[in-house]
Design a protein around this ligand. Sequence first.
Ligand SMILES: [Zn+2]
Length: 433
Amino acid sequence: MEIIKNCYIITMDKHLSQFECGAVVIENGEILDVGNEKDILSHYKADNIYDADKNILLPGFINTHTHSAMTLFRGFADDLPLNNWLNDYIFPSEGKYVCEEFINNGCRIAASEMIRSGITTFLDMYFFQDMAGKVFKEAGMRAFLSEGLINFPTPDMKDPEKAIAYVEDFINKWIGDDLISPAIAAHAPYTCSDKLLRNARNLADKYNLVFNIHLSETALEVDTILKENGVRPAFYLDNLGILKEKTILAHCVHINEDESLLIRDRGSSIAHNPQSNMKLASGIAPVNMFKRIGINVTIGTDGACSNNNLDIIEEGREAALLSKVFENDPTSLDAKYILQCLTINGAKALGMEDNIGSIEKGKRADIIIIDIHTPNMIPLYNPYSQIVYSANQSNVNDVMIDGKWVMKNKNILSFDDSNLFELGEKWKKRIKG
Ligand SMILES: [Zn+2]
């Protein structure tokens, strides 16, 4: 048994309960109790007591859209429109360089960067996910990993006809693991055939897995789908049976009200990626409308090549600020809502709301502690505002996943991340010559 005491707990439970001087009891990876420090210390005796020095304790952040290993393409092709960026730089470079070693090295950088940003769970769409699974398992992260299914050959699926069998193999390797969950990804409606989309959906249904896809990221995509199919992209996906619970739609920049109502009625979630959308000038997702309609909104960093970092705290702040400008309303997407998007909403999107996303009895102990002793965090009037508007990833002090400390006092404990710079230099030489 372990007790974390002397912390300002924001639980993110449905009442948004908080304890100004709180404590959490953890046993076998589970939250046994949470409450006022005085009550907890009078009820429980533990050999292991961690004094959190008045810092803020909250559930770990959930990043619902990323391409982890793309850290190695960080800063490699910037200031370009999405189509050029994808077709002239990303897809050709992925074909040339992405291999198991690339995934191993890129995921090690991503694991360190995400843990340092307070991310305890994430949903990844990329390649060689068996290798990614090994890295994130070692890093002690809760990862939902999906192979990016697409119409053309990919670095690890040379024959698109055999892709579904390849993905099923990957599922069977990892299903049932306590930290790594296989998931299904179809790249986008404009890069996947109807047949591929249906097959991907069937595979997700067969194993009851999370399904994710990029949707309506650009206006061009909407025009293309409308021209080819006569309906807007969300309706097109729905006609194929794609929209269901545990379906996460990344971006949703160009979605109208009818599509939003459909997404809500199907119980699907949206992964909002404000920085990637701004950088690629894709547009501004109407998140305030999604919220009003009742869609479960979550936040993703997207890959480090279109962001260019995996700092989810920064992403939450950009989501709030962008919506205020877009709506011309400073009350749009307040700090509490943003923290819900970053925690419990992410858990709901992944079908994990009974297990993670809040600090509550019986949930798994995915916990982060934010340092409030640095100048940018002083003084502390409101912990929600402080995290969303003042903090950055360097304020994340400690990270526990499934009851294990993976970072303490800003040192990663779960794996050796001392050689990341050398890994980056090696790939820079190979890619840029
Ligand atoms: Zn993406």
